[in-house]
Design a protein around this ligand. Structure first.
Ligand SMILES: Nc1ncnc2c1ncn2[C@@H]1O[C@H](COP(=O)(O)OP(=O)(O)O)[C@@H](O)[C@H]1O
Ligand SMILES: [Mg+2]
Length: 443
């Protein structure tokens, strides 16, 4: 198929807009009638169409082949021809959508690799690429990145208390993104300080708090006032006191073993997720913010350091077991940390977590520690890209039903909203251990 996209666009780039408009009445009218924030999009669409063949060849999105593959060299018609992918150009609110029809060995990977060069050629801040369907690569030239538009938390958007649903936010096209929650026993939320980890945890709390099928354990390694008002809706809570945290984790561990013994008689199944959580067998969400606070050993020689190190080792052991064995009985540990490298979160904990989320990261190593090595193959969803302040509240994650990694704009949760929801739902707190009474939990 021929690749030459014959653009009927006018010679625009170098001439003032007014002279362009006189050149084409319909286009000119459309341009004049467009809202002022849409005019740059229209101009970019024109420019992209008009310069496509030249741009494609310059950024390496061209395929050459012999015109007559079997003709002897030197005979008439034995030369080579250059094909560039045909495109269709559409305008969208945030920029221009280009569907490119693959040709030869030019596929989504080659377009990904050329994305930054396309952004330069088109003079747009961002170009995103995805495989739309077999044979079609979808390119978005974004004049403004929709991910940089902050949003705020609303109960409806968050899934209205359904513990099986986790909607952490919206994607770059404004579409809701879902994360796996069912059958998940471990979640890691990583990212530089001040980029939205605690806000994400608050959003999850606010979404689940109205459900009687969820109980919370809130542990704040920062030790500040962040969670004070939320404690009202928590079965157990602690700040950065290692002894207290170790005791709380031991209690959750006891719940896990007792639930393991009781599950068959209480629920008639071996896996709580087959039925889903309920008020009598609630999902227990254990939030540990600034989790690295609890895992590090100081290796000091004095008695106090030894005591702290023993507690840290015990906390690591308990969290590791909860993440590894808590799934079937409905215990979900959510760990937030600035760094997800092995020195901050033991790898035997981190690597057993089924869900990973990363806000901005400074280095590839930190991003790989949080999201796994596959992230290096998805440069446009890479957490290093998120270091600009405009991306506070944006995180990279593997979303349900989507290939690769997705960048998600998470909503900001105002303190007063979280406090209001915690106070209004405080009456739902119950002790999940007490709910097991009457079932065979004795050793
Ligand atoms: N989703 C968001 N959207 C917009 N701003 C946010 C968002 N999340 C956080 N912020 C801003 O960033 C600040 C730090 O957020 P926080 O969640 O405490 O970060 P972290 O826990 O990663 O250190 C907040 O006080 C708020 O001003
Ligand atoms: Mg925080």
């Amino acid at each position: 198929m021929t690749a030459d996209f014959t653009s009927t666009a006018l010679t625009l780039a170098a001439v003032p807009v007014c002279s362009v408009i006189t050149l084409s009445t319909t286009r000119g009218m459309r341009y004049l009638l467009a809202a002022s924030d849409q005019r740059p999009v229209i101009r970019a669409a024109w420019r992209i169409r008009r310069t496509w063949r030249r741009t494609a060849m310059r950024v390496g999105l061209a395929h050459t082949e012999p015109i007559k593959p079997h003709a002897p060299v030197g005979t008439p018609g034995s030369g080579r021809r250059t094909l560039v992918p045909a495109i269709r150009v559409h305008r969208e609110t945030w920029g221009v959508r280009i569907d490119a029809y693959t040709v030869g060995r030019l596929g989504v990977e080659e377009f990904e690799a050329a994305a930054d060069h396309l952004a330069n050629a088109w003079r747009v801040p961002l170009v995103r690429v995805e495989q739309h369907r077999p044979g079609v690569v979808r390119i978005r030239a974004l004049l403004r990145d929709p991910l940089t538009q902050p949003t705020t938390f609303t109960e409806q958007a968050a899934g209205e208390g359904d513990p099986l649903l986790w909607v952490p936010g919206i994607d770059a096209d404004g579409q809701p993104v879902t994360l796996r929650s069912s059958g998940v026993s471990g979640v890691v939320v990583a990212g530089l300080a001040g980029y939205g980890k605690t806000s994400l945890l608050n959003a999850r709390f606010c979404a689940l708090a109205p459900s009687p099928a969820v109980q919370f354990v809130l542990i704040d390694g920062k030790g500040g006032p962040d969670y004070d008002e939320l404690f009202a809706r928590a079965w157990l809570h602690a700040k950065d006191d290692l002894e207290q945290v170790s005791d709380i984790l031991a209690t959750i561990h006891r719940l896990m073993t007792q639930r393991q013994k009781a599950i068959r008689s209480a629920l008639g199944v071996k896996n709580m997720w087959h039925l889903g959580p309920s008020a009598t067998w609630p999902l227990v969400v254990v939030v540990v913010d600034e989790a690295h606070t609890f895992f590090n050993e100081s290796k000091g020689g004095d008695a106090q350091s030894k005591r702290r190190d023993a507690l840290a080792r015990e906390i690591v052991r308990l969290v590791e077991e909860l993440v590894r064995k808590g799934r079937n009985v409905g215990i979900q540990v959510v760990l937030a940390t600035q760094k997800a490298t092995g020195d901050a979160i033991p790898t035997k904990i981190r690597d057993n977590c089924q869900v990973a989320i990363s806000f901005a990261q400074r280095t590839s190593e930190a991003a790989t520690a949080a999201l796994g090595s596959d992230i290096s193959e998805h440069p446009h969803a890479h957490p290093r890209r998120l270091q600009d302040a405009a991306y506070i509240g944006v995180a990279s994650m593997v979303a349900e039903g989507r290939p690769g990694f997705t960048l998600v704009r998470t909503p900001y949760v105002a303190d007063q909203d979280a406090e209001r929801i915690a106070a209004a739902t405080a009456h739902l707190v119950t002790d999940p251990l007490a709910l097991l009474a009457g079932h065979p939990t004795a050793a």
